[in-house]
Structures are given as structure tokens and as C-alpha cells.
Ligand binder design. Structure first.
Ligand code: S3P
Length: 457
């Protein structure tokens, strides 16, 4: 899918974004393994979340009928008319899902491989969940996911007693579940996926599991477990958990702050105001607002309610007059890991240079984002470079051009919003990747005022 974006229009108004992908994976897992019925509202129809739903349907027989029916509806809404542009994509997100769970002990051997598609979160979290089951499960993924490191999850799960065979440290991964025991483990990479994988394994392990990470990461798993009454003890960079069987629950998935980041950037780049409602406001996901504030973007947050331990509310963006470059330290990076593409593309329009220090983790995301950001910026007529583990972006603007998303949803969306402030139209190919986390992204931009032509479906 190729689009041409013509700059000169404002991106402003009231918006909502699809449900949070990170939270949806976790709540789906918790719903399918609860004892009793759960009701989830606001699940996004995004491809990644559908991967988790499909994998859970293969291992949780009681939950299967409703998971399959939900995934099918979400898929047809997101993909009807042969495209992901159909505005009904977000309607699927509104479909509530009622799931029957029969507990953590009732996970079954799947009839075939579990295909996690493009979703690292699905694979890593489900590896942890199934490590404590009586099943043998082979996990596979698409080309991008098959190139991402799996040893960071395999190692702690092996220490807990599971057999985990990777393919040269990557997928396909064969997990043979076992009776697990709790461990004390320090990760070398700060990763919420590793932490959550170990926590899901700890739910069925004997004794306490304690995990330490070198820098704090998003805490959705801990929050949900605590809200369900689990004996979880957490402080920044450290979490402990003992075995626990939760009951069914009801919750509405809040809007995804990482998706909102693209709209906020679009508003800031076009000097506009914006209001985003029903948004997840978990502090471990909002650090990008501090970075944007240093760049000259003022936002205010109002927490209105809580959903399974997650604060939810409204975000206001004030019109920005100018943007300034900044430096993002290695310690900050895990807290803005998914927003680096949009921050970097925003930085092309800021005064001075912007540095992302110690950013090598970006090389193992959905694409090598260090390289993709730098080369995409050049393709759109800007200046950027990767210097060892650091990324530097010059704020000399974008003169316009053509960039390819390379199958990476966040690259596609970052290019699209940066194009709103370019000197000339920009063409972006591979825009369909946005559906991985933000089905209906292009329609949302259009509804907020952007001028976009679809060149090729
Ligand atoms: C995620 C954690 C992050 C993030 C990913 C989602 C999660 O990955 O980049 O998009 O839901 O736990 P890492 O924890 O591996 O950095």
C-alpha cells in the first residue's frame, strides 16, 4: 500500500486510538487462564493481538470458541475490501469478548505450531505461560520475528526447569513444559517481554520468583496481577511473585499511548491542538511526553478512571510554536523504546541535533530500527546517522521524497506524520504495516485533517 502525503494541513481535533496492544496481550492471556468467565472490552483488532488470541485458542479449549469468533470478526473488519483501510477496523475493537477460562492447569497440547506472526510479545509471553504446562509447543513467526533474539527468554525459563530449544537463539522455538521452580534472576537487557514471560511462568512455579532488570520497563503485567489479587511485590527494576490462580475479571482496554504518540507528533509538527480521550496513562508508558516537552511540546493529562490497575483518561496537546533537539540517555531509552521512530522523525523538524544514546536494542525490534530510521530520513530528504550504538538526527527538515516502511508498523506511521511538515509531498510504501498496532491509522489522520492519497492498494 503506497500513499502520498501532501504537507500544509493541520492535524487537529478530538481523537481516540485503538486499545493498547501490550495490555491486550496480557489481559487475553489472563482471561484465557482464569478460573471462570472474563469480559474484555476495547480489544484492538491489530494483527499482533489477533496472533495472541489465535495461539491461546489453540491451547485453551474452553476459551477457544469465543477467541476464534472474536479473532475472525476482528480480521474481517480489518481486512474487508482487500485492505486495512476500511474504517470499520476500529469497530471490531469495540466488540466485547466473553471468555471462559478453566485455569492455568488446563492448558492443552496444541494440534500444530503456534504461529505468532510478527508479534514478539505473543511469542515471548506465551513461551513463559506454556513453560509450566504439560505440553510441548513449537513457536514460529514471520521472517522479521524469526530474526529476533529468543535466548533472553529461553535462559530464565530453562533455569526454572523447562526445556527450551531455540534455532540458533531464534525462532522456531520448541518449549517442553515442566513442573517449574521459582528463581532469582537478573536480566542483562531491560525488557518488559522478558519480565512478563518469567512472571507468567512464575504463576505456576513452586516457590518465589524474583526478577531484577537493569532499568525499569513497562509494568502492565504486575499491575494486572496485583489487581487480580496475586502476591506480586514490585518496585522499579524489581518484581517478585509466587504461584497464583486468578479468577475471571471484567475490564476495558485503554487506548494505546504508543499509538497516540503519532497523533501528538502530528499535532506538534503542524502547530495544532488535539484532545485524545480514553487513553492509557500508565507512567511507565508516558515518558515520551517528557522527551517531547524538552523538544517544546506541552501536554496535560487527566486521569479519570482505572481499569485493572491501569490509569485511563484524557490528554490535551497545546499548539507548539517551535521544536528543539534534545538528547535521550541510555537509561531513558527502555521507557521510550517504541516511540524512538516517531521521536526521531519529529526531530528532523526540530532546531539542532537530537541524540539517542545507547540505542542498540533498536536493532532487534520489528526491523533494524537504527538503520531504518537513518535511511528513511535520508530518503525523505533529511539528515541522520547511526554512530555505533547511538543515533543522531539533524533538524534540517525534510525536503520530501519516498520512503519504504520495510514491514515495520512504527516506521510506516513515523514517516507519515513527519511528512505532514515536509517541504514537499512524501510517498510512503508499505503503509499497510500500520495495521500491526493501529488499524485505521490513515483514516484517523484524514479525519484529523491530513491530505493523503492512496496511490496503490
Ligand atoms: C512490549 C515490550 C517492549 C516493546 C514491545 C512491547 C511488551 O519490548 O518494544 O513493543 O508488550 O512487553 P521489550 O520489552 O523487549 O523491549
Amino acid at each position: 500500500m503506497n500513499v502520498r502525503i501532501t504537507p500544509g494541513e493541520r492535524l487537529s481535533g478530538n481523537a481516540t486510538v485503538p486499545g493498547d496492544k501490550s495490555i491486550a496481550h496480557r489481559w487475553l492471556i489472563l482471561a484465557a487462564t482464569a478460573e471462570g468467565k472474563s469480559l474484555l472490552r476495547g480489544l484492538p483488532a491489530s494483527l499482533d493481538v489477533r496472533s495472541t488470541a489465535a495461539c491461546l485458542a489453540a491451547v485453551a479449549p474452553a476459551a477457544r470458541p469465543s477467541l476464534e469468533a472474536w479473532a475472525e470478526k476482528a480480521a474481517s473488519a480489518a481486512e474487508s475490501h482487500g485492505s486495512t483501510w476500511n474504517p470499520t477496523a476500529t469497530i471490531a475493537a469495540a466488540e466485547p469478548l466473553e471468555v471462559e477460562g478453566e485455569g492455568l492447569e488446563d492448558l492443552h497440547q496444541p494440534a500444530s505450531d503456534l504461529d505468532c506472526g510478527n508479534s514478539g510479545t505473543s511469542m515471548r509471553l506465551l513461551m513463559g505461560l506454556l513453560a509450566g504446562s504439560a505440553s510441548t509447543v513449537r513457536f514460529v513467526g514471520d521472517e522479521s520475528l524469526s530474526g529476533r533474539p529468543m535466548d533472553r527468554v529461553a535462559e530464565p525459563l530453562r533455569l526454572m526447569g523447562a526445556s527450551v530449544e531455540t534455532t540458533d537463539a531464534h525462532a522456531p522455538v520448541l518449549v517442553k513444559g515442566a513442573k517449574l521452580k521459582g528463581i532469582r534472576y537478573s536480566t542483562s537487557t531491560p525488557s518488559a517481554q522478558v519480565k512478563s514471560s518469567v512472571l507468567f511462568a512464575a504463576l505456576s512455579a513452586e516457590g518465589e520468583t524474583v526478577l531484577e532488570e537493569p532499568a525499569p520497563t513497562r509494568d502492565h503485567t504486575e499491575r494486572a496481577l496485583a489487581a487480580l489479587g496475586a502476591p506480586v511485590v514490585s518496585s522499579p527494576g524489581r518484581v517478585g511473585l509466587r504461584s497464583f490462580q486468578h479468577e475471571g475479571f471484567e475490564a476495558t482496554v485503554p487506548g494505546d499511548p504508543s499509538s497516540a504518540a503519532f497523533l501528538i507528533a502530528g499535532a506538534a509538527l503542524t502547530g495544532s491542538s488535539m484532545i485524545i480521550t480514553d487513553l492509557g496513562l500508565n507512567p511507565s508508558r508516558m515518558h515520551y511526553l517528557s522527551v517531547m516537552e524538552r523538544m517544546g511540546v506541552r501536554t496535560t493529562l487527566h486521569v479519570e478512571r482505572s481499569e485493572l490497575g491501569e490509569p485511563v483518561g484524557t490528554l490535551h496537546v497545546e499548539p507548539a510554536t517551535s521544536l528543539t533537539g534534545t538528547s535521550i540517555s541510555g537509561e531513558e531509552l527502555p521507557l521510550v523504546i517504541d516511540e524512538v521512530p516517531v521521536l526521531a522523525l519529529m526531530a528532523t523538524h526540530a532546531e539542532g541535533e537530537t541524540w539517542f544514546l545507547g540505542a542498540s536494542e533498536l536493532k532487534v525490534k520489528e526491523s533494524d530500527r537504527l538503520r531504518a530510521i537513518a535511511s528513511g530520513i535520508w530518503s525523505l530528504g533529511g539528515h541522520a546517522g547511526d554512530e555505533g550504538e547511538d543515533l543522531v538526527v539533524s533538524g534540517l527538515g525534510l525536503t520530501g521524497g519516498r520512503a519504504d516502511a520495510g514491514g515495520d508498523h512504527r516506521m510506516a506511521m513515523a514517516f507519515a506524520v513527519a511528512a505532514l511538515a515536509a517541504d514537499a509531498p512524501c510517498e510512503i510504501s508499505g503503509m499497510e504495516a500500520a495495521a500491526v498496532s493501529f488499524p485505521g491509522f490513515i483514516q484517523t489522520l484524514e479525519a484529523l485533517g491530513a491530505r493523503i492519497e492512496v496511490l496503490e492498494k
